[in-house]
Ligand binder design. Structure first.
Ligand code: HEM
Ligand SMILES: [Ca+2]
Length: 701
């Protein structure tokens, strides 16, 4: 069947072409039908646009960016087509992926539904891009916003492509996530306190988590919140995966269904036929994207464009955002806008945002005075570079050692070098946030959430407590008194001991997450389990194996069983799950006994350490490097390394006394001291002559 030079398609090729074409057409139809269904649900009032409701509050985690919407469609079509193709051809996707003929035709026909964003890098750029592109010059999309999350282990969907994991090894249906939560995550005795860590450990964890990961959820037509529990509506909506509430539920009476909207699918890596992946809509780098946003456009919208400063409202609070992005209770209140959309979720999070916006403006002001010839852009970028370095420094020097222990820190190369520099960049390492880290391991912090948000007065004695459930998405606490409470919040965060990380979750997050006026709310740890199933997360034992830890063959706590659990937790796991191979990663790992001197068990420690290794070694702009145009000078780095989170709190708020390490409770070895005694960031090393600036930025900078 060969003509001179020109190749006619073989019979096989014609057959494959037809199958793939049919599959894509089928997928296009399904997308159109689904879009119609969504608008019907909106028209009939099933999906609504009330951000004050608990569903509405969860939908603030949906994707909003047009870029995300476009990717959602691409992913939908290519996934549906993949599934259809598998069915109609009777060939598995792995076979399709390993056949040149199949792939060639797939690539040609699916082309219209691939993300064709072209990226050109400037290898000499002095600063990071806003969206994380071109950090890795060989792989410009590594760590970039709006790319698929990576995986340490392949997914285990029910159909191996995209249906959530719902089946046990026995073939029966897995127990409901809420039922597991009721069995394992509640304890009626008193609050459990971690003796020497402050709530700042929790608050910093959340702030950093938002820097590296934001998984978008589906949303309904016209930006409405999808409601998966409407009795009259179609139960087969592909965006839905509601959580069954057991009949004897201690909190949710007369309710059988907890809303749960699936994470959107992401186009696969390289647009090949592949199982479903989830998106990350923020940069994976620890690059203060919470402060500056994850796109050029966002960054611009947060700047004053004068003297390098960021926009603020009165009292140094963040600028106002969309009215519907939080829950307002008084005409004077407004929703905050920051680099990350989740800024309004809880006051402790808003407080860390506010702290770093203020630190940015404080430093920018000084740099602009020191270098009167600098443009707005240079002052902005140099300040941003310092802020990012401070975030990385605090995370690796102060935060991580409280979660992991010294062994893990050194084994995974996470230690901070007291010496000057550390050229660690390895271009073969991909920073990208891993699915298991985002959907499970780094949610360990949810167990540290305390039952209140509080303000501690300057006397370090007087507290004002607000029940946590009254503060979700409500900015009143940070805006009251012209922002004066922020100092009190920071004082509380760095003084009060934290709730310990274990299998117990406070009722404020387990029963009352996003409580609304109608009394509707969510269970956060149950959502975490369900999210793992939504993402096809492999089970606990599979992660044990991946981490080189003993795999459990029984629920006993001796060799061959759950060796890292105490008998009580092992018993609860047995009660919750029929078989050890069914244990969800989140439930199995959160209930492990901690590694010595750490705050997590060995399984989460392994995933968290591997991910933080990637954040450090995969970052070409890692703050500890020197002798490169993109790096700090040695004198500058020396200044950065002196700084602690405590000092930043002191420098921006009316805080006069604080202990040196604000992640550790006040004690004789970490006493309350005068802020003035803490080492100070001296900006002298940033002073440049005009000639030096010209040399760096070009003569008409
Ligand atoms: C009061 C504090 C907090 C609240 C109210 C909160 C609430 C939430 C909610 C509602 C989600 C989305 C759940 C879903 O639909 O799957 C989420 C995700 C997450 N949370 Fe928290 N959280 C808090 C603190 C923390 C802390 C302290 C950490 C870590 C130390 C943390 C880590 C995460 C991570 C890694 C995700 C996944 C993010 C993503 O993939 O988009 N959270 N949290
Ligand atoms: Ca980031």
């Amino acid at each position: 069947s060969k003509n001179k030079g020109k190749k006619l398609p073989t019979e096989e090729e014609i057959h494959f072409t037809e199958l793939i074409q049919n599959a894509i057409e089928y997928a296009e139809k399904a997308w159109a039908e689904d879009t119609l269904k969504k608008s019907e649900s909106y028209k009939h009032g099933v999906d609504t646009k009330n951000q004050r409701s608990s569903d509405g509050q969860l939908s603030l985690f949906a994707d909003e960016d047009p870029k995300g919407e476009r990717l959602e469609e691409l992913a939908y079509i290519s996934l549906e087509a993949t599934k259809k193709l598998e069915r109609s051809s009777n060939v598995s996707i792995s076979t399709i992926r390993s056949s040149k003929t199949w792939l060639k035709i797939w690539k040609t026909l699916i082309h219209a539904y691939c993300d064709k964003t072209k990226i050109t890098c400037d290898p000499n750029a002095l600063y990071r891009s806003a969206n994380g592109s071109c950090n890795n010059l060989h792989h410009p999309t590594w760590g970039m916003a709006f790319t698929p999350q990576l995986r340490f282990l392949p997914p285990t969907y029910d159909d191996w492509i995209d249906l959530p994991r719902t089946k046990c090894h026995s073939g029966r249906t897995l127990p409901s996530a809420r039922k597991i939560s009721n069995t394992m995550f509640c304890e009626h005795d008193k609050l459990r306190i971690a003796k020497n860590h402050t709530i700042m450990v929790m608050a910093w964890g959340q702030f950093i988590d938002h820097d590296v990961i934001f998984t978008p959820l589906f949303k309904g037509a016209n930006g409405s919140a999808i409601s998966c529990c409407d009795k009259d509506s179609d139960q087969t909506r592909p965006e839905c995966f509601p959580i069954e509430i057991p009949g004897d539920d201690p909190h949710f009476k007369n309710k059988t269904c907890m809303n749960f909207v699936r994470s959107t699918a992401s186009p696969s890596h390289s647009c090949l036929p592949a199982p479903r992946e989830q998106l990350n809509q923020v940069t994976s780098y620890i690059d203060a994207s919470t402060v500056y946003g994850s796109s050029e456009k966002e960054t611009k919208s947060l700047r004053t464009m004068k003297k390098g400063k960021l926009l603020t409202s009165k009292g140094g609070l963040p600028p106002a955002g969309k009215e519907k992005s939080c829950v307002l209770q008084h005409p004077k209140e407004y929703c905050f806008r920051a680099g990350d959309k989740r800024v309004n979720v809880v006051p402790n999070l808003s407080a860390t945002h506010i702290l770093f916006i203020n630190e940015h403006n404080r430093i920018a002001k000084k740099l602009a005075r020191l270098n009167r010839h600098w443009t707005d852009e240079i002052t902005f970028q140099e300040t941003r570079k310092i802020i990012i370095a401070l975030m990385q420094h605090i995370t690796y020097r102060e935060y991580l050692p409280k979660t992991l222990n010294a062994d893990h820190m050194s084994h995974y190369g996470l230690n901070y070098y007291p010496g000057n520099y550390n050229n660690v960049y390895d271009p073969s390492k991909n920073t990208g946030t891993r699915n298991s880290f985002a959907a499970a391991a780094f949610r360990y912090g949810h167990s540290q959430i305390p039952p209140t948000q509080s303000v501690l007065a300057e006397d370090h004695i007087t507290y004002k407590h607000y029940p946590l459930e009254e503060t979700y998405h409500k900015p009143f606490l940070t805006q009251e008194d012209k922002g004066k409470n922020v100092a009190g919040l920071l004082r509380w965060l760095s003084t009060e001991p934290t709730t310990c990380n274990d299998r117990v979750f406070e009722p404020q997050v387990r029963d009352l997450l996003f409580l609304d006026k109608k009394g509707n709310s969510f269970d956060l740890p149950a959502i975490n389990i369900q999210r793992g199933r939504d993402h096809g997360m492999p089970c606990y034992n599979e992660w044990r194996e991946w981490c080189n830890l003993p795999v459990a063959k029984s629920f006993e706590v001796r060799e061959g069983g759950l060796v890292d659990h105490d008998p009580v937790c092992a018993g609860l796991l047995k009660k919750a799950y029929g078989h050890v191979n069914d244990i969800d990663l989140y439930a199995g790992a959160i209930s492990e006994q901690h590694i010595p001197n750490g705050e997590v068990g060995p399984t989460f420690a392994c995933i968290i350490a591997r991910q933080f290794h990637a954040y450090k070694y995969g970052d070409r702009f890692w703050y500890e490097q020197v002798d490169k145009p993109t790096a700090f000078t040695r004198a500058q780095l020396k200044q950065i390394k002196k700084i602690t989170l405590s000092k930043i709190s002191c420098d921006n708020f009316k805080i006069r006394k604080i202990q040196k390490d604000s992640f550790t409770t006040i004690s004789p070895s970490n006493p309350l001291t005068d802020c003035k005694t803490l080492p100070k960031l001296k900006l002298r090393p940033w002073k440049e002559t005009i000639a030096q600036t010209k040399k760096k930025h070009g003569s008409n900078y």
